[in-house]
Design a binder for this molecule. Structure first.
Ligand code: TRP
Length: 461
C-alpha cells in the first residue's frame, strides 16, 4: 500500500488546546463510570494503589511515547508507524500496531456509545424528577428496567453515535476546542459539589477506608490486569488516540510537561469520582461490586435527596455526556484519519461508515442487558467480552508495542529530540521505564492472568 503523502494536517492553535483536547479524550466515562465500578469489583484499596502505580510507571511513559511517535510521524497511527519505521530502518510491520488500534477503537467505541447513551437518558430521568426521594432499591430497579428495554437503550446509543459521527465529520478543531474549554471545568466543579454532598451525608469513613486502605490479601492477578487495563483505558492509551492528537501538536511544545498535566487531571478526576460514589455506596448499604450500573444507581440517590438535586443531577449527567462525547471523538478520530488517508474517501464518508460499523457492534452490547443477557461465554456477556478484550487485552498489548518501539526501535537521539528534556536523569528514567519496566510489567501481568484464566476454565469445566 502506498503511503499517503498528504493528509489533513491541522494543528492545534496552542499547547493549551492540546492539553484541553487530550484531557477531553482522557476524562470521560472511564473516570466516572468505569473506575468506581471496576474498583468495586476488585475489592478497593489495593486495586487503587496498583492502579496508581500502573499510571505512573507504565501509563505516563507510554503516553509520552505515543505523543512523540504521533508528532514525529505526523500521520494517522498506521501510517505514522510506517513512516517512522522507514526513518529508523526497521521493519514496516510495525504498522500493524496501528491496525490493532483501529480494531480496538471500533470495539471500544461500540460499547462506549451504549453507556454514554445511558448518561444522555439520565439527564431527562433525573431532571424530570424520577429519583426524587428515591432509595437504594428503587434506584437500582429503575436502572434495571431502563437497561432491560432494548429499544430504549439502542435509541440513546444511536443518538450518541450519530452526534459523535457528525462532529468528527466536521473536523476536530472548530467546535471541539471551544466546547472543551468551558465544559471540562464545569464538570469538575459539579463533581466537587457531589463529593461534598456525598461526604456530608454518606459514610465517608468507610469510603476512604475502602478506597485507600490496601488489603493485599484481596488482590489477585486478575485484579492487577484489570488495574493495568483501567490505566490504559482512562489515559486513552494503546490505540493511537493520543498518537493522533500528538500528530497535531506543534514542534515547540514540551511533551513531558504537557502529558504530566493531562495524566494528573485524569487521575484526579477518577479519585474524585470515587469519593463521590463510595460514601453513598456505604451510606445506603449498596453493593460496591455490582458492576456497570454502579454510578447510575448511586449518584442518583444523592441527587434524589440533595437540595436542587433535580437541577444539579440533570446538569451532572449533561456534563458527563459531554465528557463522554469528547472521549468518543478521540476514539473515532484515528480510525477516520486512517480511512481518509488510505482510501482517499472524504472525511464525511469515512466518518459515516466508521460510526455505522461501530453502531452495529454496539447493538450487540445493548442487547447484553436484555434479550441476550443469558447468552454467555465463560460467564461473560457480549458486552463484557467487548470490554474485556479491548481494554484489558488489546490496549495493554498496543501499549507494550509502543514502549518497545520507542524504547528499542527508535534511536535514542530521535526520542531525545522529541521529548526535548536533554539526556539527563529525567530522560534516562523515561527510557528505563519504556525499555524495561513497561514491557516486563505488561508481560508479567498478562502471563500471570493468562495462567489464572486457563485454570479458571478448567475449574469451570
Ligand atoms: N479515556 C476515555 C475515558 O476515560 C476513553 C477513551 C477515549 C479511550 N479515547 C480512548 C480509551 C482511546 C482507550 C483508547 O473515558
Amino acid at each position: 500500500m502506498a503511503i499517503a503523502t498528504e493528509s489533513v494536517r491541522e494543528k492545534w492553535s496552542s499547547r493549551w488546546v492540546f492539553i484541553l483536547a487530550a484531557t477531553g479524550s482522557a476524562v470521560g466515562l472511564g473516570n466516572i463510570w468505569r473506575f468506581p465500578y471496576v474498583t468495586g469489583e476488585n475489592g478497593g484499596g489495593a486495586f487503587v494503589l496498583i492502579y496508581l502505580l500502573c499510571v505512573v510507571s507504565v501509563g505516563i511513559p507510554i503516553m509520552m511515547g505515543e505523543t512523540l511517535i504521533g508528532r514525529r510521524g505526523r500521520k494517522s497511527p498506521i501510517n505514522a508507524m510506517r513512516t517512522l519505521a522507514l526513518e529508523e530502518g526497521v521493519s514496516t510491520n510495525w504498522r500493524f500496531l496501528g491496525w490493532l488500534g483501529v480494531v480496538a477503537g471500533f470495539i471500544i467505541l461500540s460499547f462506549y456509545s451504549v453507556v454514554a447513551g445511558w448518561s444522555v437518558a439520565y439527564i431527562f430521568y433525573v431532571g424530570g424528577g424520577a429519583f426524587a426521594g428515591t432509595n437504594a432499591t428503587a434506584s437500582a430497579s429503575l436502572f434495571d428496567s431502563f437497561t432491560g428495554s432494548a429499544w430504549r437503550i439502542i435509541g440513546w446509543h444511536s443518538l450518541f453515535m450519530v452526534t459523535t459521527g457528525i462532529i468528527v465529520a466536521r473536523g476536530v478543531t472548530g467546535g471541539l476546542e471551544k466546547a472543551v474549554k468551558w465544559l471540562m471545568p464545569a464538570l469538575f466543579v459539579l463533581l466537587l459539589v457531589v463529593v461534598v454532598y456525598a461526604m456530608s451525608t454518606g459514610n465517608l469513613g468507610a469510603a476512604v477506608d475502602y478506597l485507600f486502605a490496601s488489603d493485599f490479601s484481596e488482590l489477585t492477578s486478575k485484579s492487577v490486569l484489570a488495574a493495568l487495563g483501567q490505566a490504559f483505558f482512562s489515559l486513552s492509551l494503546g490505540m493511537g488516540a493520543i498518537m493522533i492528537y500528538g500528530s497535531y501538536l506543534s514542534a515547540e511544545t514540551s511533551i513531558p510537561r504537557t502529558i504530566g498535566l493531562v495524566a494528573l487531571c485524569d487521575t484526579g478526576i477518577a479519585m474524585l469520582a470515587g469519593l463521590a460514589i463510595f460514601p453513598i455506596v456505604f451510606g445506603f448499604g449498596l453493593e460496591p461490586g455490582s458492576g456497570p450500573g454502579l454510578v447510575f444507581v448511586t449518584l442518583t440517590i444523592a441527587f434524589g435527596h440533595m437540595p436542587f438535586g433535580q437541577l444539579f443531577g440533570a446538569l451532572f449527567f449533561l456534563l458527563l455526556t459531554v465528557a463522554a462525547l469528547t472521549s468518543a471523538i478521540s476514539i473515532l478520530e484515528p480510525v477516520v484519519a486512517w480511512v481518509v488517508e488510505s482510501f482517499r474517501w472524504s472525511r464525511r464518508k469515512a466518518s459515516g461508515i466508521s460510526a455505522l460499523s461501530a453502531w452495529v457492534l454496539g447493538v450487540g452490547s445493548a442487547l447484553s442487558f436484555n434479550q441476550w443477557a443469558d447468552i454467555r461465554l465463560v460467564g461473560k456477556t457480549f458486552f463484557d467480552w467487548c470490554e474485556f478484550l479491548s481494554t484489558t487485552v488489546m490496549l495493554p498489548l498496543g501499549g507494550l508495542l509502543v514502549a518497545v518501539f520507542v524504547g528499542w526501535r527508535m534511536s535514542k537521539r530521535a526520542t531525545a529530540e522529541e521529548l526535548g528534556i536533554g539526556e539527563g536523569v529525567l530522560f534516562q528514567t523515561w527510557r528505563v521505564l519504556v525499555q524495561v519496566v513497561a514491557p516486563i510489567g505488561v508481560l508479567l501481568i498478562f502471563g500471570n492472568a493468562l495462567v489464572i484464566f486457563l485454570q479458571d476454565i478448567n475449574v469451570l469445566d
